[in-house]
Design a protein around this ligand. Structure first.
Ligand code: BG6
Length: 491
């Protein structure tokens, strides 16, 4: 049953503006929202309905993948949004919210299946959940779901406390921890790509794969988020959640499909060993596309002596029958040379013994964003008798593909938890990351500065080099058919 009442805490925040209202609008355009559908936008700012609707319509125009399409339609969509001033710590606010929700549901004849989306700071999660429960905002006999945004805590202990406080008011099955990387179409496609292609299933294992590289690089810097980011850093902001979820999604296989088991199989890295397997960096001043970029420490709101990392690379080994002996190199950072999220399986080189100076490049690259594609890089003999890399490529047009938040909001409305992070995974990921956090805090892992606009700190090259490999950058992977020389075959 699709929930038909959507209640958004933190409606004046950045996420609501950039992602949530555009996602709801696109679901509406695609006919995926139940009709009628009620939206309550809650915040502390003194908007009224009219002003807030204008603000929401502006966000949709600016950020929706189909925002420019139809201003009239956007305005009509915004009409369903009701803005309510709410002080999340005050019981009275919840009592008046309840009256407003019930009245609207009566007017529209809605059954009272409600989705509460908590796009607020984590310290509010538990108290808001408790108020929803005690104010009677969860209707007897109807569905009530809570969607929780990251960050889910700062460390293992605070994440556990957070989960415990949510569980005081809601059963685990009603809590949806959102990790928007799990909503990205290519990430969701991984499973069927492998399951439905026996040829891939057969080769994706330690028998043929030399190493796996998972990269999420961003060109943006900290932007206006220093207040949050300087206290978090890349390890908490990206690594503990998105990167480890990508690892779990990439490494699961037909024998071990449960992501928890994959996370459990990751060899722990102790605080003392962290510097051997993990590299951290922070962007210094640099240049991209001819534009000078400020150093992280000079960004507004960042402490001038900040030791916060904006880049993390790690080498992870899995104690898993399929992946034992295959290093997973994982890296993420801000202010890098390109925006790209991709997973590359690097195959072993069968000719290495015969042609050590001419390595064969045979890769399977799954590009998650900004373009979605699956590339298989093969080698064929060229006119000159040398092996030429030749790509086989499938790619889709991203503007036609629903965004992560659209998919995930729909799933939450429908009560489908498949692509949400499960608490056990979150807990295991924090457990794995905890010694690294401690090592960073005690300065046991050096902080390398890297120029903004570069590929990150050179120190990170050591991670694959120690096994005789190298990071693959976009240039290494981009073999367009145009660049390919004529082939000897058939000529
Ligand atoms: C968010 C992080 O979870 O993911 C941001 O807090 C980061 O710092 C963002 O920029 C990246 O998301 P995407 O979808 O643009 O790769």
């Amino acid at each position: 049953m699709l929930a038909s009442t959507f209640v958004l805490f933190g409606a004046t925040g950045d996420l609501a503006k950039r992602k949530l209202f555009p996602a709801l609008y696109n679901l509406h355009l695609d006919g995926k929202l139940p009709e009628p559908f009620a939206i309550f936008a809650l915040g502390r700012k003194p908007y009224d309905d009219g002003l807030f609707r204008e603000h929401a319509a502006e966000s949709i125009k600016r950020f929706s993948r189909r925002g420019q399409a139809d201003a009239g339609r956007i305005a009509r969509f915004a009409e369903r949004i009701h803005y309510q001033i709410v002080d999340a710590t005050d019981a009275q606010s919840y009592a008046s919210l309840k009256r407003a929700v019930e009245q609207r549901e009566r007017e529209l004849g809605l059954p009272g299946d409600r989705l509460f989306y908590l796009s607020v700071a984590p310290e509010h999660f538990g108290p808001i959940a408790a108020h929803i429960r005690s104010a009677g905002l969860a209707k007897e006999g109807a569905a009530t779901r809570l969607v929780i945004e990251k960050p889910f805590g700062r460390d293992l202990e605070s994440a556990r406390a957070l989960n415990a406080s949510l569980n005081e008011s809601f059963p685990a099955e009603d809590i949806y921890f959102i990790d928007h990387y799990l909503g990205k179409p290519m990430v969701q496609n991984l499973q069927s790509l492998i399951a439905a292609n026996p040829v891939l299933r057969a080769v994706l294992s330690n028998k043929y794969v030399a190493n796996v590289q998972i990269t999420a690089s961003e060109t943006v810097g900290v932007e206006t988020r220093a207040g949050y980011y300087d206290g978090a850093g890349a390890l908490r902001d990206m690594f503990q959640n998105h990167m480890l979820q990508l690892l779990m999604m990439t490494a699961r296989h037909s024998e071990i499909f449960d992501k928890r088991k994959i996370m459990e199989s990751a060899y722990p890295i102790s605080k003392d060993e962290a510097a051997l397997h993990v590299v951290r960096g922070q962007y210094a001043a640099g240049v991209a596309n001819g534009k000078a970029l400020a150093a992280y420490r000079d960004e507004p709101g960042v402490a001038p002596d900040s030791e916060t990392e904006t880049y993390v690379a790690a080498r992870v080994w899995l104690d898993d029958p399929i992946w034992r002996g295959v290093p997973f190199y994982i890296r993420t950072g801000k202010r890098l040379s390109e925006k790209s999220t991709r997973i590359v399986f690097v195959f072993k080189d069968p000719l290495e013994a015969h042609m050590p100076d001419k390595p064969v490049r045979n890769y399977l690259t799954i590009r998650v964003q900004p373009d979605e594609s699956v590339d298989f890089q093969l080698n064929l003999l060229g006119m000159d008798g040398e092996l030429q890399p030749v790509p086989l490529r499938f790619s889709t047009k991203t503007e036609e593909v629903p965004e992560a938040y659209e998919r995930l909001l729909y799933d939450a409305l429908a009560g489908d938890p498949t692509y949400f992070a499960h608490w056990d995974e979150i807990e295991l990921a924090w457990k794995w990351v905890q010694p690294l956090q401690e090592a960073f805090a005690s300065n046991l892992v050096p902080l390398h500065l890297y120029p903004a606009g570069s590929n990150g700190p050179e120190a990170a090259n050591r991670l694959p080099e120690e096994q005789g490999f190298a990071w693959l950058e976009q240039d290494d992977l981009d073999v367009s058919p145009r660049e390919t020389e004529p082939l000897a075959v058939g000529s």
